[in-house]
Each structure stands twice: as C-alpha cells, then as structure tokens.
Design a protein around this ligand. Structure first.
Ligand SMILES: [Zn+2]
Length: 363
C-alpha cells in the first residue's frame, strides 16, 4: 500500500521538518525496508522510544498536527498491565484503534464531540486508504459545565485533591453517581443532554435547567418541616379535633416548633399552626413556650410549622456541608425523593428510628 512508514527520527527533529512540510528520511525508504523494520518492531528487536509507525498524509495540510501522524508505537513499560495483552509490545494509536473498531463493528453513524473534529479528519483518511466507506458523522458542542461544576474528568481529579473529596458520588462532583445519590432521575439527565441538541458550540447546562428537568420526572413529593433548633410549645385548652390524620385530644397538647421562627413572635401574637389550629402565644422562654388554643378555623394568621414526634435529620448539602436539625417521625414512611421545607428536594439515603439522612438534590 505504501501508505505508512517506520520513523526512527528524534521527535524534536521530526517536528521541525514537519512544521516546514518536509518529509523525514525514513519516509522515503523502500517498502521492503519498511516491512523489515515493522517485523523487527513486532519481534521486539526494536525497543520503546526507538521508532513510531506513521501514516503518510498530505504534508501541506494546513494543520501540522494532521501531517504524518503516528498510528502505532512500542510500549515496554505498561502502566496498567492487562493479562490479555500478554507479550504484545506494539500498540495502535487512539485514532487507528478507533477507526478500525468502527469499521469492524459496522458502525454507520458516529456522534462525537467537536473536540474530536481533527480526529475525525484523521480517521477519514485511514478509511480512504483501506477503501472503506466512512460512516455518517455528526459533531455536537462540548458540554463543558453544569452550573459551577466541571465535567472534565482530569480537572475533576484535581478538584477532588484540592477539596479533599474522597468519593466520586460526593455532591460536589458532576458524576452520574453523585446525581443518582442526590435523587436525579436518569430521564432528567437524558432530557438535558437531548435538549442541548447537535449545535456546534460549547454548551453550559444551568443548575436551574437540570433541576427543572428532574422535577418533571419526580412527580409529587411530600414536604416535611426542618428546624435547625426546636423548642417545645404547649397549647392549652385544646378542643378535640382531627387535622390531616393527626388527632388532637381535649386538654394540653405538646408541639415542637422552630425556635428561630417562634422567637419572631411576641407574647399575645396570634399564630396558625400549619394545617392545624390557631393559637395565642402566652409565654416564651429559652427552651419552652406556651399558648392558648383559639380555633381550628382557617385564618390568615402567620403560619408556624410543627411536629409532634421529632426525629433527628441530617442533610448533606451541595457544598459538602451537613445541615443538622429536626423533623417529624412521619418522614420514616418515605422512600426516595421528598421536599424539605425552606430548602427544596432531597433524597433519602439512610434512616432508622432516631435519625434520617438525606442528600440535597436541588431547590
Ligand atoms: Zn523519520
């Protein structure tokens, strides 16, 4: 075929020549000599670094990286040995392997990122030498960012080292594992990727768009209160009643509410306990408050969330921090994704009778 040659040049010398569109001496050697050297490579008589196999291209190609690029070389020191590779020393370049694989596997449509355009040109050239028909090929813009998170695997590793992140499913990482842990649905990931289309421009996905896509596939999610600090609130003179499955007896009922929210009110304030009853604050102390029952009637009084059976809750946030607080034990009946009051969606990761752990998904 006479379309390749074994190059013995020092890489610096070769590069100087190729930048000037000049052939190196190895390129002009006879086919027989090329084949002899090729056999020596296979027999491992030639060692790593002594030669590379180059494909003959148009030396006037405007892009120097596409001139006589290498297609195979010898690797003696294998970083990640594979038992199936045994005693093989000659290895194809990415472009040779990829092109031959595509052909052997009858690939007829290639969709690849725009950063692979030069590789596409190279592989097309290989196909033409073999008289193979090149598959249809579409390029899409590179999806470079998701919110403030990088999607580059090599940069990801650096960020992990820098932040001391140990797991790939850490919520600070833009990995499928992390998205799954946060409660993102596969359908949502598919949707945002498809929505990017095949335009040839750099694509940045916003966290808002990603969250919106996920909400489409989550469906209804129940909401639960979250108090970083709670305080007990005794409501006196309750009359019997049942609100949304919770029965209230006649007499004094003990609720727990957010300390921060309660302290925004004064003695004498009228408050509506969410979806329950109206009360009038009687007493507010550091760790205890009391009120009088007024009515069950719906009013426009300021609303306060409450729980009767509190449980500890921990939420692993997007920045790797953990929010700790209290919610209701009713949450234990849930699986998967729920809503946390004042925060947003979160995915249940672990639960027992005294603690529930969640991973924050999105607002
Ligand atoms: Zn050479």
């Amino acid at each position: 075929m006479n379309k390749a040659y074994i190059c013995f040049c020092e890489s610096e010398d070769w590069r100087k020549l190729i930048w000037e569109s000049k052939a190196c001496p190895c390129r002009e050697k006879k086919i027989e000599e090329q084949l002899t050297n090729w056999k020596k490579m296979l027999a491992h008589e030639i060692k790593e670094g002594q030669t590379v196999v180059r494909i003959k291209t148009n030396l006037d190609n405007p892009d120097p990286s596409e001139r006589d690029w290498w297609i195979a070389k010898i690797v003696d020191v294998v970083e990640h040995p594979n038992p199936r590779a045994k005693n093989n020393h000659v290895w194809p370049s990415y472009n040779l392997a990829s092109a031959v694989d595509d052909h052997d596997m009858n690939v007829n449509l290639i969709i690849r990122g725009q950063e692979h355009m030069t590789n596409g040109d190279k592989q097309k050239e290989l196909y033409s030498y073999f008289n193979w028909e090149y598959p249809h090929c579409y390029y899409h813009g590179k999806i470079s960012k998701l919110g403030d998170m990088t999607l580059s695997k090599s940069k990801m590793k650096l960020i992990m080292d820098e932040l001391g992140v140990e797991r790939y499913d850490d919520p600070r990482m833009a990995t499928i594992k992390a998205f799954r842990r946060r409660g993102f649905k596969p359908e949502a990931i598919r949707k945002v990727i498809l929505d990017c289309g095949l335009a040839l421009k750099e694509v940045k996905i916003t966290t808002e768009a990603f969250a919106a896509a996920n909400k489409l596939f989550i469906g209804e999610a129940n909401e639960y209160p979250f108090f970083e600090e709670m305080i007990s609130l005794e409501v006196e003179e309750m009359i019997e009643g049942e609100i949304e499955g919770t029965k209230f007896e006649k007499g004094t009922q003990k609720f727990f509410v957010s300390k921060k929210e309660l302290l925004k009110n004064k003695i004498g304030s009228l408050i509506r306990l969410k979806k329950a009853c109206n009360i009038k604050l009687k007493e507010i102390k550091q760790d205890f408050a009391s009120a009088n029952f007024i009515s069950y009637t719906k009013t426009n009084n300021p609303i306060l969330s409450w729980v009767i059976n509190p449980i500890n809750i921990e939420i692993l946030m997007r920045d790797g921090s953990t929010k700790k607080g209290f919610t209701t034990k009713n949450i234990l009946k849930e699986e998967g994704i729920i809503r946390i009051e004042g925060l947003g969606y979160a995915n249940i990761e672990e639960k027992n009778d005294s603690l529930i752990k969640l991973v924050f998904a999105h607002e």
